[in-house]
Every structure is written in structure tokens, then in C-alpha cells.
Design a protein around this ligand. Structure first.
Ligand code: F3S
Length: 437
């Protein structure tokens, strides 16, 4: 049993002298410290996000709406800027673009996502009114950082919660987080001090050399998944790539934390804590060196493609959620065209409005494509029943979507490839993607 170091105020909270919610949150925090093997609590000075409503508010208590109202009315506020991850509650309904979404919600008792009554209920407006009172910003995205308009800066301690976002915070922004974003951490402004909060743990341990100059979105996606599988929990330092764009960082992050559990990495010259390879390793020698070339990338490509048919029933783009530039570029590709099979395009709710204002939404609608937000097929529990084969351009989505069908009574097939391959599949209903080394 670890004796967690507490301030007088923390001890009072733990003893219930500051009310029920602080006590429950402190109990959770102390328990998390025990699990993490640390006796230290870190004060957060960055940002937080969590899967609403409660992600681990406490281990042992689910709050009712009445209790939440009481809390918000008492003047209680989140201690750090706090954002909502993905769609409300477990239904994972799209915030926009749910109309005509021909699919049932598994966690919503099989009700249809496109039932207006169900949609309204699944938004849980009353809960979010209270959360907003407490200071939550309803971004509802796995990539809230794309829309938040307020990002943590280098060295700030955060508490985020989304596998694809964690490396964005650590590696791209140079802020510090573990995957522990929760009601408790955001409410208290405190988190267990371990792993990525600690400078020594952020140095690279594995040197990853890419034999080919990684520069396309798909190459970054494949490289990420390949590194994740090889490195597991290590911190890689990646060399031999071009400088990634924002989109490519997002793809890399999502794929690395899917193939493995990479929450931190360095790309010398691109990420802030690695001005050089030496700095990335903190002056130490790499524990090992990995070389990734054509053979490894191709093996990953083939692993992510599991289909016996070239007939595509649906195409999904937007894992992680597309940013504003992605939406613009995709709208260009669909300008004046018409899809043959459903094409779902996913973004963050706040960017849905941007897409509408910029005319992208109109372009998508004219092309017969569906712009949605806040969720994704993997989060929604799968794809519509008529879909036997879905095409995606994301390693993470390819990996998780079949997990929605754990029983062998339905084997969803997946075509994985470039965004252009996916757009072509949407326009023709046929998969022509192939490894183009
Ligand atoms: Fe986001 Fe779903 Fe991918 S939540 S990162 S779009 S699996």
C-alpha cells in the first residue's frame, strides 16, 4: 500500500470535510495513485477532456442528474479548461448528420440513430447544461484539440482521454498527459504523477529508422501502426521521414496508439522535445534500433486489408475526425461527382458549422455524401446492417471496426487504402486499391 502524499486541503477533501463530490474524487485519485505506483499528485496547469458523462468520476458512484444540478448550482467548477470527448453518453449518436443514418444503436436498446426522438434523447441536453455551468466546453470530438482554440503549451500538465489524442498532447504539443482524463481529474485539477508527467520517462528508448521518405498520409498511417506493433509501450525516436502535416500527425498518433500503446515519440526537427536525435534520447544510447522498410509497411497494409470481395457497400472517412483543411480538400475531390454507395465523412461538431459556412457541406450533399460529427462507426457499434464490406483510409478504424462484431455470425470485411482509393470506391462501389510501394 502506497502512502500518497497529501496536502492539508487534499486530506480534508478525502475525509469529506469539503463535501461529497470532492471526497469521491479524492478517493478516486488516491486509488489511481496506488494503481499507478506513485505517492505523488501533480497539480494540472494545462487542459483536460473526458468521455462524458462520467468517465471514472469515481470507481464507485454514478451521479444522478439531480446530484449534478445540485453540484453545479453550488458554484462548483472544473479547475482546468475541460472539453467533452466524442458524442454524449454511451449512445454515441452523431451530433449532426444523423438524419438518414440507416443504423440501429446497440447501446441504445436497438433504437434507430435516425429516429428524431431517440436523437434528442441521446443528446442529453439537461446534463450538458449543468456541465456547461461548471465550465465544460462541448467539443464532442476524439480530436477536440483541432477545434478547442485553447491548447496546452510545452511542459504543462494535462489530463486527456483518447488514444489518438494522447500522443498529440505529449509529442506534438510537448505538454504532458497520461490517458486519465476524467471527471475527477478535471474537477480537482489534479492527477497521479507518473509516466508521461515525469521528464525521464519522456526520452526515447528505441531508434526507428525509416528506409523510405515517409510523406503521404497513408505512409504515415502505415508507419504508425507498424511502429506501434513493434515498440509497444516504448518511446520511439523516428528518423527518415518528411515533416508531417497536422493531418499526418493525427494519423500517426492514432495508428501508433492502436498498433501499440505509444503515448510519446520524437521526430527530431518536428516535435518540440527533440531538436536532435541526441536530445530525444536525453544523451543516452538507444536500447535498440528498428529499421522499417517496404517489407514491413506492406505487411501492415495487407494486415489492415481483410476482404474477399471487391464490392464495397459503404465508405468511411474521418478517423481521427477530419480537420478544416481535410474537409476542404475532400470537398474538392467530390465537387461535381455523385457517390454510388454511402460515403460517411466524420468531423468534430464545431467544424460541422465551419463546413456549412464554407460551402463544403453543400458540396458533400450534392455528391450524395453524408457529413456527420462527434462519433464514428467503431464508436457507434458498427456499420448499417446492409454493409458487408466497408472501405476506410485509417489503420485505427480498420482495426477497431471489426471488434464491433465479436461473434462469428457476422464477419465484416474491410478494404484499407488511400483516401483517393476510398473516394473512388464511393463513386464506383468497387475497390481498386492496391499496394503501390
Ligand atoms: Fe476518433 Fe473513432 Fe478514430 S473516435 S480516433 S474516429 S476510432
Amino acid at each position: 500500500m502506497i502512502d500518497v502524499k497529501l496536502t492539508d486541503e487534499e486530506r480534508q477533501m478525502l475525509q469529506g470535510e469539503r463535501g461529497l463530490v470532492p471526497r469521491l474524487c479524492m478517493e478516486w485519485l488516491v486509488e489511481m495513485c496506488q494503481i499507478a505506483g506513485t505517492d505523488t499528485i501533480v497539480e494540472l496547469d494545462g487542459t483536460g477532456d473526458f468521455h462524458t458523462p462520467w468517465t471514472s468520476m469515481t470507481f464507485h458512484h454514478d451521479f444522478s442528474l439531480e446530484e449534478l444540478k445540485k453540484l453545479a448550482d453550488s458554484g462548483a467548477r472544473f479547475k482546468i479548461p475541460t472539453f467533452a470527448n466524442k458524442s454524449p453518453f454511451t449512445e454515441m449518436s452523431p451530433v449532426h448528420g444523423w438524419e438518414g443514418c440507416d443504423m440501429r444503436c446497440k447501446s441504445g436498446g436497438g433504437r434507430r440513430f435516425d429516429d428524431p426522438v431517440f436523437h434528442e434523447q441521446s443528446m442529453h441536453a439537461e446534463f450538458y447544461a449543468e456541465f456547461r455551468k461548471m465550465g465544460m466546453l462541448q467539443t464532442h470530438s476524439c480530436a477536440s484539440y483541432l477545434t478547442a482554440g485553447f491548447l496546452p503549451t510545452i511542459g504543462q500538465h494535462c489530463s486527456w482521454n483518447e488514444s489518438s489524442a494522447i500522443p498529440y498532447c505529449n509529442a506534438v504539443l510537448g505538454a504532458r498527459t497520461n490517458i486519465d482524463g476524467s471527471f475527477a481529474t478535471c474537477f480537482l485539477g489534479k492527477a497521479p504523477y507518473y509516466d508521461m508527467h515525469v521528464t525521464e520517462n519522456r526520452y526515447a528508448t528505441v531508434l526507428v529508422d525509416s528506409e523510405r521518405l515517409i510523406h503521404t498520409d497513408t505512409e504515415w498511417d502505415l508507419l504508425g501502426f507498424t511502429i506501434g506493433e513493434d515498440c509497444g509501450l516504448a518511446v520511439p525516436c523516428i528518423t527518415g521521414t518528411a515533416k508531417p502535416t497536422t493531418t499526418q500527425f493525427c494519423k500517426l498518433n492514432a495508428a501508433m496508439n492502436t498498433g501499440g500503446s505509444i503515448r510519446m515519440y520524437h521526430i527530431p526537427g518536428s516535435t518540440p522535445e527533440a531538436p536532435s536525435v541526441e536530445a530525444a534520447f536525453g544523451g543516452k544510447a538507444p536500447a535498440r534500433r528498428v529499421v522499417i522498410g517496404e517489407r514491413e509497411l506492406r505487411a501492415t497494409y495487407e494486415k489492415l486489408n481483410y476482404h474477399t470481395t471487391d464490392i464495397v457497400d459503404m465508405v468511411y472517412l474521418g478517423c481521427p475526425h477530419l480537420n478544416a483543411v481535410d474537409l476542404m480538400l475532400l470537398a474538392r475531390k467530390l465537387e461535381g461527382k455523385r457517390v454510388k454507395v454511402p460515403l460517411w465523412i466524420m468531423t468534430a461538431p464545431w467544424l460541422y458549422d465551419v463546413a456549412r459556412n464554407q460551402g463544403f457541406l453543400e458540396t458533400f450533399e450534392k455528391a450524395g455524401a453524408k457529413l456527420m460529427d462527434g462519433t464514428c462507426p467503431a464508436a457507434m457499434g458498427g456499420v448499417p446492417d446492409y454493409v458487408n464490406c466497408v472501405a476506410v483510409d485509417s489503420a485505427k478504424q480498420s482495426y477497431y471496426i471489426t471488434g464491433c462484431y465479436p461473434d462469428d455470425d457476422r464477419r465484416l470485411e474491410v478494404c484499407y487504402g488511400t483516401q483517393d482509393d476510398c473516394v473512388e470506391a464511393a463513386l464506383t462501389g468497387k475497390w481498386n486499391g492496391e499496394w503501390r510501394g
